[in-house]
Ligand binder design. Structure first.
Ligand SMILES: [Zn+2]
Length: 175
C-alpha cells in the first residue's frame, strides 16, 4: 500500500495492545499514532466488532459519526481510534452491523486505514491528506465537501448516503 515517503523516514515505537493481531506505531518525536496489522486479512473479512464507550452531540478528532443528526461515538475498543484516514482505505466501519470490515487485502505490516468521509459528513478538523494514493483527494473535510462522483467508488455509511440524497433534493429544488 502507498505510504507517505516523508513519514517513512521518521522513527516510531511499537505499542502492544490487548488484541495480538494489531499493534500501534507511535511516531517520534511527534507522538502521532497509527494502527498496524500483525496478521493477514482477506478483502471482505470481518476484522472485529466494535461498540462505543461514549456518545456525543459534537464531533471531535477522535469521534466517528453514526447518524445524520449529530451523533458521534468514541470507539470501543479504544485502539480503533488510531485507524487513520487514507483515500484508498483497507477497512470500513460498518455501522449497521457494528463490525470493522476489510475492504482490501491486508497483509502483515500494513497500516489499517479508513476513508473518513465514509462516516463523517462535516469534520471538526479538516486536514490535508498525504496518503500517497494516486487518487488522493487532498483536503479532507467530510463527505459534505465531496461530489457524488468522487464518493461513488467508496463504501459509505447509511447516514452519509441519506445526507447525499437530501443534498441532491436540495440541489434540484434550487434549480
Ligand atoms: Zn489521500
Amino acid at each position: 500500500m502507498a505510504t507517505n515517503p516523508f513519514l517513512e523516514t521518521l522513527s516510531f515505537v511499537v505499542i502492544d495492545i490487548e488484541d495480538p493481531r494489531f499493534e500501534i506505531h507511535e511516531l517520534q518525536p511527534d507522538g502521532h499514532r497509527a494502527l498496524f496489522a500483525k496478521t493477514h486479512f482477506q478483502a471482505g473479512a470481518v476484522i472485529r466488532s466494535f461498540g462505543s464507550s461514549q456518545t456525543m452531540t459534537q464531533p471531535d478528532r477522535y469521534t466517528v459519526q453514526t447518524a445524520a443528526a449529530d451523533r458521534h461515538i468514541i470507539l470501543d475498543p479504544e485502539f480503533l481510534l488510531y485507524i487513520n484516514h487514507n483515500c484508498r482505505p483497507n477497512v470500513f466501519f460498518d455501522l449497521r452491523t457494528m463490525q470493522l470490515r476489510a475492504v482490501a487485502p491486508i497483509h502483515e505490516g500494513d497500516e489499517l486505514t479508513f476513508f473518513y468521509p465514509s462516516t463523517e459528513w462535516s469534520m471538526s478538523e479538516a486536514f490535508d491528506c498525504h496518503c500517497g494514493s494516486a487518487h488522493c483527494l487532498g483536503r479532507i473535510q467530510g463527505a459534505a465537501h465531496l461530489d457524488d462522483d468522487t464518493l461513488k467508488s467508496y463504501d459509505l455509511s447509511d447516514h452519509i448516503k441519506d445526507l447525499l440524497w437530501l443534498r441532491k433534493l436540495e440541489q434540484r429544488k434550487a434549480r
